[in-house]
Design a protein around this ligand. Structure first.
Ligand SMILES: Nc1nc2c(c(=O)[nH]1)N[C@H]1C(S)=C(S)[C@@H](COP(=O)(O)OP(=O)(O)OC[C@H]3O[C@@H](n4cnc5c(=O)[nH]c(N)nc54)[C@H](O)[C@@H]3O)O[C@H]1N2
Ligand SMILES: Nc1nc2c(c(=O)[nH]1)N[C@H]1C(S)=C(S)[C@@H](COP(=O)(O)OP(=O)(O)OC[C@H]3O[C@@H](n4cnc5c(=O)[nH]c(N)nc54)[C@H](O)[C@@H]3O)O[C@H]1N2
Ligand SMILES: [Mo]
Length: 747
């Protein structure tokens, strides 16, 4: 590459497309992509992040592991840096030793994480293909995003939850046309819709809210933060973790005021009678009335009455943010939202019923014709063992121990080797001090990473991975209507190699080189995947250029825009409940599930119920009186680009939002450094005092790099030092990140 040449090219990322200016080997600037109506601010930090001193420069092996196979000193920072060939030899020998001594079932390759956009070099696809080639690995089920919903919703609607949230619900255009009342549990957050897995080019969520204002739609944001929905929406402050109580009280009003649609319930659902007995208090002596819900939720009974009546008298769409199931008993608000929508009788009507995850990522709510493809084949996994993704620390701490999951009794595998590529568990997992402890159990931990994240710092072998700006790829997401050639903008930083090259090197040493590569180099793989995509596109009547033409053009907009067409959840079922019966055991919406009831779980019984989380404002104590919510960061994606963001003067520690009354009681003012703590740990944060948060709640976004294990205060402000590491219930076993109590004091 010519050191003097200045070039301007477009690339794609999870937070959108942007124009990158390079000069020789360096990224100089990143600018918004012209066709994007609401470009995010995130790319501006890219040049500093890509060339940051925290890049892993060379293959690195922890000295104490190399010499004594030490497992307890992970995080000590003492690495040797052998040449690539030697490091790959050592890693291959260790993988071989583990699989021959303990079997492939002793390798954990769940390797959760977003990694980077780009179809071929996607780290998850690469690591899973490699591990499948060498005999398999213990995999993970579900995501941190929606793991609990993925378990509960098939019981209720008989449909895969990801299909519902990504493909089978109304677009924003249909909502604009038909919805009169939009009831948003957890809001619809333009901050979050900046990103979308695999890419999002035209950011439109904020624009749709401008349109909703014009139609005169009533929009109610229910939850702890005013800012969870765009300005102009009504805010109904509600305690986190109490949504199910509020939904039950709304249902109680519908039932007692004759507003419930019994014709719909009779025809399309099963089990309403059993649920009704609970709702009216016949089974437990407690009617779930607005008076009952008011002290739990902080919402006045009259407000609940008014909202219920309004929902029954207008075309109403209930939307539920993914965050509501990222908490203890997260199954309940999800199930109950379906029951509430069924009682309104609007499921299957345009702009009515219920929808999930609007705003969570920018690709949700668009009208596109489906066009898949461009996926690296991953082969098959010979190891059948799978854990719910958020139970990773339990697995490492308790090999062989039984646990429940969605009706099954299973046992945790005995993991000897952990291989992670494209994720940062010391960002994403709960109770990081506990994870740090669990991390001492495996014999060996290998990580591919571009940066010295907290996870890389706790690995025995670290392979420096390229970023997408250092390799050629194709950018494409089924939730987006653009197609990108992502050129290698700069050569690899330091000695970084592509994940593909790392895994090819290991596979070769294990005698499986050609099985992994099929004899292709990256350019040949990209050509091969692109040929398949082009054939699919042509069959679907979508014109795409040849790969060479795409290379020359850098990007194109695909002609896959679809006419606005209502596709509310369960539309076909509403039209023909017998012919298009649901895939539930009854063929109907299950308000009572005999299947779930048969599991005998007290933390997820046979119909939706109010179950207070162990930690929430209702159980607040003098030790930990404040409820911590830990939303996604607005200025970046998770922990990515954090190294450079943290350099910005005053940016770290991370900002914690605190209500003015709570702040005054603690003598805390905006800008003060505070310590947020509980029995699990302590973090430093910078206070911002606000009236836009429910009193008794504090919000600290995720993403600051975990700084200090072992009870020391984390200086950067990573909320997962404070969160609780328990499953949502024995049914879903998702993360309970949003269920945590803390105290805050001025430093
Ligand atoms: N408290 C709390 N915790 C949460 C959440 C919450 O709401 N509250 N949300 C959860 C959710 S929904 C999610 S999705 C997770 C997100 O958690 P993660 O997906 O683990 O977070 P990322 O920071 O995106 O981690 C991706 C890592 O991959 C690396 N990477 C990028 N490109 C490449 C590549 O090409 N190759 C390799 N080898 N590595 C690469 C990045 O540097 C980064 O370290 O966090 C979860 N944690
Ligand atoms: N900028 C940016 N956008 C992102 C991401 C990112 O890292 N950065 N990550 C992406 C990922 S991986 C995911 S999964 C999605 C997540 O999408 P969401 O799950 O929607 O996002 P969160 O930011 O976790 O939560 C949204 C809001 O829910 C509220 N909330 C928390 N608990 C409760 C509750 O009990 N009840 C109610 N009513 N509200 C509650 C909080 O105030 C919070 O601000 O975001 C995606 N978008
Ligand atoms: Mo997520």
């Amino acid at each position: 590459m010519d050191g003097e040449t200045r070039q301007r090219r477009v690339t794609s990322s999870h937070w959108g497309a942007f124009e990158v200016v390079t000069e020789g080997c360096r990224i100089i600037e990143a600018h918004p992509f012209g066709p994007d109506p609401h470009p995010p601010s995130i790319p501006a930090i890219l040049p500093a992040a890509v060339h940051h001193s925290s890049r892993v420069a060379r293959p690195s092996i922890r000295r104490a592991w190399l010499t004594t196979r030490d497992r307890t000193g992970r995080g000590d920072g003492d690495y040797v840096t052998p040449p690539w060939d030697e490091a790959l030899d050592i890693a291959a020998q260790e993988i071989d030793r583990i699989r021959k001594t303990h079997g492939n079932g002793a390798i954990y390759g769940g390797s959760y994480g977003w990694a980077s956009a780009g179809r071929f070099h996607h780290a998850q696809g690469q690591i899973h293909r490699f591990l499948n080639c060498i005999g398999g690995y213990v995999a993970s089920f579900g995501s941190y995003s929606t793991g609990c919903a993925q378990s509960i919703m098939p019981h209720v609607f008989g449909e895969n939850f990801l299909t519902l949230t990504y493909e089978a619900q109304d677009s924003f255009a249909t909502i604009a046309r038909h919805t009169e009342t939009l009831v948003m549990f957890g809001g619809i957050n333009p901050k979050n819709s900046q990103v979308s897995m695999g890419g999002i080019t035209e950011h439109q969520t904020a624009g749709w809210f401008d349109r909703f204002t014009e139609t005169g739609m009533t929009r109610v944001n229910i939850g702890p933060q005013r800012t969870d929905a765009p300005e102009g929406c009504d805010w109904l402050p509600c305690r986190p973790g109490s949504d199910t109580a509020l939904m039950l009280a709304l249902a109680h009003v519908l039932e007692t005021e004759g507003l419930a649609d019994h014709a719909f319930l009779d025809r399309y659902t099963v089990g309403y009678d059993r649920f009704r007995a609970y709702l009216m208090g016949e089974t437990d002596g407690t009617p779930k009335s607005p008076d009952w819900a008011a002290p739990l939720t902080g919402v006045a009974p009259a407000t609940i009455h008014d909202l219920a009546r309004r929902m029954a008298s207008t075309r109403t769409l209930i939307t539920v943010a993914w965050s509501l199931q990222r908490q203890e008993h997260g199954e309940q608000p999800y199930w109950m939202s379906a029951v509430l929508a069924a009682m309104l009788g609007q499921i299957g009507l345009p702009g009515g019923g219920v929808g999930y995850g609007y705003g969570a990522i920018g690709g949700i709510g668009k009208d596109f014709r489906p066009l898949g493809g461009l996926t690296l084949p991953q082969g098959t996994n010979a190891v059948p063992d799978v854990i719910p993704v958020a139970r990773v620390a339990d697995m490492l701490l308790h090999p062989g121990q039984p646990y429940d999951f969605n009706g099954q009794r299973r046992a945790y595998p005995d993991i000897r080797l952990v291989y992670w590529a494209g994720g940062n568990p010391f960002h994403h997992h709960q109770d990081l001090n506990r994870l740090h402890e669990a991390w001492t159990r495996p014999e060996t931990i290998i990580v591919n990473e571009p940066w010295w994240t907290a996870t890389a710092q706790r690995a025995d072998i670290v392979f420096p991975a390229t970023t997408p700006y250092e390799r050629e790829d194709i950018g494409r997401s089924p939730l987006d209507d653009y197609l990108f050639h992502m050129p290698a903008l700069i050569p690899p930083v330091g000695e970084a190699r592509d994940d593909y090259a790392i895994f090819a090197g290991l596979a070769e040493r294990l005698g499986l080189g050609v099985t992994f590569t099929e004899g292709r180099d990256p350019a040949q793989w990209i050509g091969h995947l692109y040929d398949g995509f082009q054939a699919r596109a042509t069959a679907a009547g979508v014109e795409v250029p040849t790969l060479d033409a795409l290379r020359a053009r850098n990007w194109i907009k695909l002609d896959i825009a679809a006419e606005e067409q209502p596709k509310p959840i369960l539309r076909a079922f509403r039209a023909d409940p017998d012919g298009a019966a649901l895939k539930t055991p009854s063929g109907r919406i299950e308000i009572f599930s005999a299947t779930i009831d048969s599991f005998g779980y007290d933390d997820c019984p046979g119909h939706p119920v109010w179950l207070p989380p162990k930690e929430w404002p209702g159980t607040a104590s003098t030790d930990a009186p404040l409820h911590l919510v830990s939303p996604q960061p607005g200025d970046k994606l998770h922990s990515q680009l954090e190294a450079a963001l943290a350099d910005i003067e005053g940016a770290r520690p991370e900002t914690i939002l605190i209500h003015e009354t709570d702040a005054a009681a603690r003598g805390v003012a905006t800008g003060d450094l505070v310590r947020a703590f509980n029995a699990r740990g302590a973090v430093r944060a910078r206070a911002r005092v606000t009236s836009d948060i429910v009193q008794g709640v504090v919000a600290l976004p995720t993403g600051a790099w975990f700084g200090a294990p072992g009870g020391n205060m984390d200086a950067n402000g990573n909320p997962n030092v404070l969160t609780r590491d328990v499953g949502t219930s024995r049914l879903g076993q998702g993360t309970s990140a949003h269920s945590a109590l803390v105290e805050v004091e001025r430093l």
